[in-house]
Write a protein that binds this ligand. Structure first.
Ligand code: CA
Length: 230
């Protein structure tokens, strides 16, 4: 896995070190620049994935750094300010920052913001594995398995299972399932969902005889749940 590189621009060494520690714990690679002018040079040289930028800096202030960096890069920038009043000013200036954090902050909050901004800018490609009991879904390869055995599902059956497994135990009304299964053949509506569910059940049951994974909740819809058998 590639670690995203966060450039911390902060002259207060203690704060910078703390942020670095938390970001690294969260799986990022973090480097520190202690001066504004240095930060611009580093951003140019190492093209980080995100910049945490304090405003009060020696060499060049954070706003000027932001403007300079924007001349050659559109990396996400989160400004850090010691004064709430500065945020209005920042917003008014439209210097091109993506988010703002006020001091004092909790390092956890900063990490959460970093994650949120990166997600917004760069949505993670589908590639998660969802699992409940013996059922797993690999979103990248579009492969569903039961106890390791591959299921041969149609795209709509796969999508249905994916929706159901995303929130085990939750009852999904038929019309919600219908709208979440994209590219749906609208003919027959509810019946179509019912027949997909029926096929899905059959395919799962082939590997898990006697166990009901997808339950009908009368008058409401369907849910997926798994109780290990003793
Ligand atoms: Ca500072």
């Amino acid at each position: 896995m590639m670690h995203k590189h966060i450039l911390i621009v902060e002259d207060e060494q203690k704060i910078a070190a703390l942020l670095k520690e938390y970001l690294e714990k969260a799986g990022y690679r973090a480097t520190i620049a202690g001066r504004g002018d240095q930060a611009v040079a580093q951003a140019r040289k190492s093209s980080p994935d995100l910049m945490l930028l304090d405003i009060m800096l020696p060499g060049m202030d954070g706003m000027a750094v932001c403007r300079e960096v924007r001349k050659f890069s559109d990396i996400p920038i989160i400004m850090i300010t010691a004064k709430v009043e500065e945020i209005d000013k920042l917003l008014g200036l439209e210097i091109g920052a993506d988010d703002y954090i006020c001091k004092p902050f909790s390092p956890r909050e900063v990490v959460a913001r970093v994650k949120a901004v990166l997600r917004r800018i760069n949505p993670e490609p589908a590639g998660k594995t969802l699992a409940i009991g013996p059922i797993t879904i690999d979103e990248a390869s579009h492969q569903a398995r039961v106890s390791g055995a591959a299921l041969d599902l149609t795209p709509n059956e796969f999508k249905l299972l994916q929706v159901l497994i995303s929130q085990p135990g939750r009852v999904f009304p038929r019309d919600e399932l219908l709208s979440r299964v994209q590219g749906y053949d609208c003919e027959g509506y509810d019946r179509t969902i019912d027949s997909h569910i029926k096929n899905l059940r059959k395919k799962i049951a082939a590997h898990l005889p006697g166990q009901e994974i997808i339950t009908t909740v009368y008058g409401l819809g369907y849910k997926l749940s798994y109780t290990p058998q003793k």
